[in-house]
Design a binder for this molecule. Structure first.
Ligand code: OAD
Length: 249
């Protein structure tokens, strides 16, 4: 911990790369944790692909609306707040998130790079125009509700969630920005991610290849190689505030 705090104190550009685990303490389920992860209870092929949306738009839209309601009912936790605090202390900090929630922004982080899109940016499935209507209020208890998606005002196509589905490419500009930040940083904190989903999982590796220190913060200790990679095991909401406590910044 002391050595990581020292490096954090000297860093010029810090990247914080986050996954579902950073929002776990806010009550947002992760994907791959046994029992509690979304993919242990739901079939991604039936909910997170364009084919699934074509086959049953109300099922897919209802599932994402339920997830959006859960995020709406949640608040940022100590990990999100610590990252926002770190952004005030280091010269440059870039948050790259795989999460589709807005908890980093609500904690005070700006210009968050969302690699997998956002629950809050629906767009037309047919013409891709951003949806400018008002979404109905959905209750966080409405798991499994079927909801017809609204229609696009321009082409009458169905509105789809603004997230990246399996089989789809990452949004181009965020991906370019993320790679540039990973190449430029001198320290990268990888927080609450299984690191299994490509290409996002390349980000810590790119940073490492460029000589940055990489620190994994995860419930489970992560494998590390060499003197410039560290793992801190525990809840992000416990570890990140401790990392910010003196010494260091
Ligand atoms: P995963 O569910 O794959 O991994 C969550 C990670 O967070 C695991 O390694 C857990 O050990 C860890 N974790 C859980 N609770 C934690 C806590 N309180 N503090 C610290 N760590 C904790 O989630 P992601 O890695 O984000 O893709 O998954 C990557 C992508 O797979 C997601 O963005 C999503 C999913 O399919 C899309 O939606 C495109």
């Amino acid at each position: 911990m002391l050595e990581i705090q020292r490096r954090l104190g000297e860093a010029r550009h810090v990247v914080v790369f986050t996954g579902a685990g950073v929002s776990a303490e806010s009550g947002i389920p992760t994907f791959r944790d046994a029992l509690t992860g979304l993919w242990s209870r739901f079939d991604p092929a039936a909910l997170a692909t364009a084919e699934a949306f074509r086959a049953d738009p109300a099922l897919v839209w209802g599932w994402y609306e339920w997830r959006r309601a859960k995020v709406h009912a949640a608040t940022p936790n100590a990990a999100h707040l610590a990252i926002a605090e770190l952004a005030r202390r280091v010269p440059v900090l870039t948050v790259i998130s795989q999460n589709v929630d807005d908890l980093h922004e609500r904690a005070g982080c700006r210009d968050v790079i969302h690699l997998h899109g956002s629950l809050h940016a629906p767009r037309c499935f047919a013409c891709a125009r951003p949806y400018d209507g008002v979404l109905d209020k959905v209750d966080a208890g409405d798991e499994g509700a079927r909801i017809e998606p609204p229609r696009c005002r321009r082409c009458n196509g169905r509105i789809r969630p603004g997230v990246v589905w399996f089989g789809e490419s990452l949004p181009e500009q965020p991906w370019r920005d993320a790679l540039a930040a990973a190449r430029d940083c001198d320290l990268l904190l990888s927080v609450g991610t299984s690191g299994l989903v490509m290409p996002a999982a390349q980000i810590p590796r790119v940073a490492r290849q460029q000589g940055a220190t990489v620190v994994h913060v995860n419930l489970d200790p992560q494998p590390v190689e060499g003197d410039d990679e560290f793992t801190l095991a525990g809840k992000a909401a416990d570890i990140l505030p401790r990392l910010l406590a003196s010494p260091g910044r």
